[in-house]
Design a protein around this ligand. Sequence first.
Ligand code: AMP
Length: 215
Amino acid sequence: MRLILLGAPGAGKGTQAEMLTELLNIPIISTGNMFRKHVSEGTELGIKAKAYMDEGKLVPDELTIEIVKDRITKDDCKKGIIFDGFPRTIAQAQALDQLLLDLNMPLDKVLNVEVPDSDIVERMAGRMVCPKCGTPYHKKFKVEKAQGYCDYCQTKLVQRDDDKEETVIKRLNIYHQQTQPLIDYYKAKGILIEIDGLGSVVEISDRVKKALGVE
Ligand code: AMP
């Protein structure tokens, strides 16, 4: 199965992608995670991408399409793919169509995880992460035991630059301008499914599984 998870940043696509990768045993292509890996490794691409990411802007299409192109041709993608956070512009969607056409791997479904902006701001601006082991926390929904420190490795928690409130609002504006048009793009292809992204993780996972018929 080849799927795209669409939705605003912070809509919970990553969590659903994790659930689906286990259930369906197919890899996730998350351009956000790929960029973050390049940033932490200090590669040339990472240095270029970081400047955009820190400001909440999209990394230019050419760079983004290039890393997806590299990844998509790896053997494990033959089983299926879950795209998380890609495509985010019409140009990326068109490039993906062409790549998948060349590989004879058509898309099956696009899930649009819908969450109102106000909920997104509350979710994202409360996120904290352990910079050492990567464990995520939340000021309201997943509070650490010792305030400000990781439960597992006692490292001081940090807020990702792109989770800061003003950055979140900027990212939402960019989402509405550049990514939301993809909803109509995939609707026109007849493969879009709307998922209500409000509720508990289990509730949302159940909706996703039902929509895909993989319960
Ligand atoms: P994410 O974790 O998916 O929200 O991505 C974090 C950041 O990486 C975004 O705010 C963008 O700066 C960049 N990024 C991730 N995916 C893309 C994409 N498909 N196109 C452009 N920039 C992206």
